[in-house]
Design a protein around this ligand. Structure first.
Ligand SMILES: [Fe+2]
Length: 188
């Protein structure tokens, strides 16, 4: 049993409570805002960048599969492809800064940006999902490592999703997790 750090344990409990309500998305975002309001709880092993690409560590998976909490880690210059989620989610900036650009894409033409990119700074929370902006690209906006905490309405690392190449088309993908023996998920 890997006990979560206290702020994460509180967030897990708050998300569980939110999911008992009829419209949990905003309440999940509020719980995430409280989690990323301070940056003293994430063990360093869950904030290690990969030298070649961004990666994500599973922090907690709801045993019933209702949600997951993940740390996303970008090294300098790293970015995601344009991708979707297919499920509600919330992104909270913990450390560094990230540029996020929303897109519209259906695979038949190159993805088109929706409005200008915006920057997430520590403490900021953004809701994403099929009814908001489900397709986006995220890039590290700074010279150091950037870390954001994400909550999704499923076990996102096992969830079938899509990448939208800049030239057009759709590629299915399942992200998985970077966790190793030294970075087990926490059990709330
Ligand atoms: Fe995303």
């Amino acid at each position: 049993m890997i006990t979560p750090p206290e702020p994460l344990a509180r967030c897990i409990a708050e998300v569980q409570q939110a999911l008992a309500q009829p419209a949990p998305h905003a309440a999940v975002g509020a719980a995430l805002a409280r989690l990323v309001a301070r940056d003293d709880w994430l063990p360093p092993a869950y904030a290690q960048p990969h030298p070649a690409h961004y990666q994500q560590y599973l922090l907690h998976a709801d045993p019933a599969g209702r949600f997951s909490i993940v740390s996303f880690v970008w090294g300098p210059g790293q970015a995601t492809p344009i991708h979707d989620h297919g499920i509600w989610g919330a992104v909270g900036q913990l450390r560094g800064a990230e540029h996020a650009q929303a897109y519209t894409a259906d695979g038949t033409t190159p993805p088109r940006p929706i409005g200008p990119p915006h920057t997430l700074l520590p403490g900021a929370v953004e809701l994403i999902g099929p009814e908001v902006h489900d397709i986006h690209k995220v890039a590290n906006a700074g010279a150091g490592v950037s870390v954001s905490i994400h909550i999704y309405g499923t076990n996102i690392g096992t969830h079938p999703r899509h990448v939208y190449p800049e030239a057009g088309g759709i590629k299915p993908f399942i992200s998985g997790y970077a966790n190793g023996p030294d970075t087990p998920a926490f059990v709330g």
